[in-house]
Ligand binder design. Structure first.
Ligand SMILES: *Cc1c(COP(=O)(O)O)cnc(C)c1O
Length: 377
């Protein structure tokens, strides 16, 4: 595309979105515009109450109804069976790195962990404070471009659980399969992939996710826990992290992050309006495919992740000449593209394509990248 045309594409899209930028932030990430607009409209007076949702008691009838409805909507979106508890918690995914071993260690001595990169390693490091961790597979030798296949994992049938990170937000690595762990509960840190595509919840013992990527604003953490894993926490587990306690108290053992919860509820309704997880999965697939195709055919941009293992949510890429990195980021920002800088642990660039990032924004990014390559390649 020519410079003038690129500018026109970008300007048109920007105009349509009330001067909101193209936001590719990895987290806290872009929210659906319709959700922000509704929140804005209701900010001073929620449900004609004369008060904001953040100014009312979490014990009020109206808020409890909101809480119940958001759980119901999430259950519908993910087809969560009745024998799973849905908990709305705090402390982020990192809180769950500790909560998981403290809650379900039981009588076991150890747990099995899959090392797929930065976030898996952070989970491993935290878990080591509470039990013995066996790293049964690692993508380290492959530079985290993939992880060895499950047939090579020496899983321990006595392990308390098997933990993995379905999507590595920094490395841009996504598991193309759900591990089969037989009778051992499978625990997944779905922070950056939850609700991006349908998953069979029955395959998991615990799914947890910080909200700030694909659910809502930071401050809320979801845990979906198979009910037979409740009630077995170690004595020293803080009550606030105790799944059974939070389940008994409807996730209100302490004051929950009510405004974040409200926004998450609006996002669930927005998702249902989009046609649900199945429908957004199709859009997500297209967004990622076209961005990877642009990278692969360029020779100027590069992504080294094994094609089977590429993340649909987080697309890291480098420029052939790293000296151009700062110019790329500068010009991108001038053109309205925000937060394309890669994580400091990875360098380069990263575009995060969560549910709330419209396909038109990915098209605009591709147009910008093609034009940048034309001028600098
Ligand atoms: C962002 C992220 C985390 C960290 O989440 P916090 O809520 O900040 O603790 C952990 N795991 C994954 C996969 C992430 O994407």
């Amino acid at each position: 595309m020519e410079t003038g045309k690129v500018k026109k594409t970008i300007d048109t899209t920007l105009a349509q979105s009330e001067a909101r930028a193209f936001n590719f932030c990895a987290g806290p990430a872009a929210m659906p515009q319709a959700v922000l607009e509704q929140a804005r409209d209701e900010l001073l007076s929620w449900q004609q109450s004369g008060a904001s949702v953040m100014e009312v008691s979490h014990r009020s009838k109206a808020f409890i109804q909101l809480a119940e409805e958001s759980e119901q909507d999430l259950r519908e979106l993910m087809a969560i069976p009745d024998d799973y508890a849905v908990l709305f918690l705090q402390g982020g995914a990192r809180g769950q790195f500790a909560a998981v071993p403290m809650n379900i260690k039981g009588r076991a001595r150890s747990a099995d962990y899959i090392d797929s990169g930065h976030w898996a390693q952070s989970a491993i490091q935290e878990a080591r404070r509470y039990l013995e961790v066996n790293v049964v597979a690692s993508g380290q030798a492959q530079g985290f471009t993939c992880v060895p296949g499950q047939d090579k994992w020496p899983l321990d049938p006595q392990a308390a659980y098997v933990h993995y990170t379905p999507n590595e937000t920094i490395g841009g690595l996504e598991f193309p399969f759900i591990p089969d762990t037989a009778q051992v509960p499978l625990v997944a840190d779905m922070s950056s992939s939850i609700l991006s595509a349908p998953v069979d919840v029955r395959r998991f013992g615990i799914i947890y996710a910080g909200a700030q990527k694909n659910i809502g604003p930071a401050g809320l953490t979801l845990a979906i826990v198979r009910k037979d894993l409740l009630g077995m926490a170690v004595e020293t587990c803080p009550a606030i992290l105790n799944y059974q306690t939070q389940f008994d108290k409807d996730s209100m053992y302490n004051t929950p992050p009510t405004f974040a919860w409200y926004l998450a509820g609006l996002v669930f309704k927005w998702l249902k309006g989009q046609g649900g997880v199945q429908a957004v999965a199709e859009v997500n697939r297209r967004k990622a495919e076209k961005l990877y195709a642009t990278i692969d055919k360029s020779g100027f941009y590069h992504n080294g992740v094994d094609s089977q293992w590429r993340s649909r949510m987080n697309v890291p890429f480098t420029l052939a000449d790293p000296a151009l990195d700062s110019r790329f980021l500068e010009q991108a920002e001038q053109a309205g593209f925000l937060h394309l800088k890669g994580h400091k642990a990875a360098g380069g660039m990263r575009a995060s394509l969560y549910n709330a990032v419209p396909e038109s924004h990915v098209d605009a990014l591709i147009a910008f990248m093609v034009e940048f390559e034309r001028r600098h390649g």
